[in-house]
Design a protein around this ligand. Structure first.
Ligand code: SF4
Length: 333
């Protein structure tokens, strides 16, 4: 189970991408607006905790992961790692240790792996670039350990293989091994199983849960799949158009969702154990609006079957609806 101490904290995090205006905008000096990919989110991850960040595509979840791993720079708010403000850190002397401690696993293992490198070189690369080993025998030991922890056994059999010689599940395990080799304390996993067969998904999820249990690693698991989030996570945060609309324990979000968007997401997924009467739940309507045109008021109101006048004018804050359970909806007061 997770400790209470936070390893990661996001405070009012914002990532806005400016839109390049047309000719007249530039001549008249008119602002062309911005894509508000992440628009003020507060989130914490405890040591050894698994938090799932759930949302449809376009919700901003991948951008959050990229900010945490310092692949994108926020335009507002703060990123704290073990209490230290990392928001504006750019120097290699600070980022090198940070990158060892915070690793990212990408969705598409084939894209993430260099097809010309052997499995050994792929897993060894972060150890070499972060200068974490002193000689070749240490390197071999660390690569071997990481492959075994990712479920590639016997590890030596994979050293000289190339990515095209592996199955989809084995490729994703190599990606995980590359992240594990540096012994991180937090892994951000962005849709790590969405491109795998259902039978392989369970095995990869088990590898991630084992890592938490054995090495006390924290995990931010980014997914569009609510049942998958429930399977793996201690807590679930639901993201809609750059804002967190609900956060709670995995059971609260799955079996007692309070925000109409979470209810609709659950309604759109296959039956989950202990599901309530789904016929009473509102269905999800329309499409996610562009993050360049965030609606005034509650950003979910154009798709919400329960919207009323206030929803179109005022954005609801996160309101407490139970222990550790928050929902940003005027109806959950
Ligand atoms: Fe729907 Fe209004 Fe609640 Fe937004 S605040 S989710 S529009 S009821």
């Amino acid at each position: 189970m997770p400790d209470t101490a936070d390893i990661l904290r996001l405070e009012s995090l914002q990532v806005h991408f400016p839109i390049r205006g047309g000719f007249f905008d530039r001549v008249l000096g008119r602002p062309a607006g911005a894509v508000r990919a992440v628009d003020g989110i507060d989130l914490n991850v405890g040591q050894g905790e698994i938090v799932a960040l759930v949302g449809e595509s376009g919700s901003g979840k991948t951008t959050v992961g990229r900010v945490i791993t310092k692949l994108a720079q926020p335009t507002g708010g703060r990123l704290l790692f073990e209490g230290r403000d990392m928001t504006s850190e750019r120097g290699s002397s600070t980022l090198r240790p940070y990158r060892r401690r915070v690793q990212m696993i990408f969705q598409d293992a084939y894209q993430a792996l260099n097809p010309r490198h052997t499995v050994f070189d792929i897993v060894a690369e972060p150890l070499r670039s972060l200068r974490l080993v002193e000689n070749h025998s240490q390197l071999t030991e660390r690569v071997s350990e990481a492959l075994a922890a990712a479920g590639l056994n016997p590890s030596g059999d994979f050293f000289l293989r190339f990515p095209h010689e592996l199955s989809g599940g084995q490729r994703q395990r190599v990606v995980i091994a590359g992240a594990l080799a540096v012994k991180p304390e937090l892994i951000v996993a962005d849709e790590p199983v969405s491109m795998l067969d259902v039978s392989i998904r369970a095995q990869i999820l088990q590898v991630l849960v084992d890592l938490r249990d054995k090495h006390h690693m924290a995990l931010l698991f980014i997914t569009h799949d609510l049942p998958l989030a429930w399977l793996i996570a201690d807590r679930i945060a639901v993201l809609y158009l750059g804002r967190l609309v609900e956060i709670g324990t995995a059971d609260q979000i799955t079996f007692n969702p309070r925000h109409p968007y979470t209810v609709a997401l659950r309604n759109a997924t296959p039956q989950i154990r202990g599901d309530a009467d789904r016929s009473k739940l509102p269905a999800l309507q329309g499409e996610v609006p562009s993050a360049a045109r965030v609606p005034k008021g509650c950003r979910f109101h154009p798709r919400c079957p329960l919207a009323f006048d206030r929803c179109k004018e005022e954005e609801p804050p996160a309101l407490e609806v139970g222990p550790q359970h928050m929902s940003a909806c005027w109806l959950t007061k």
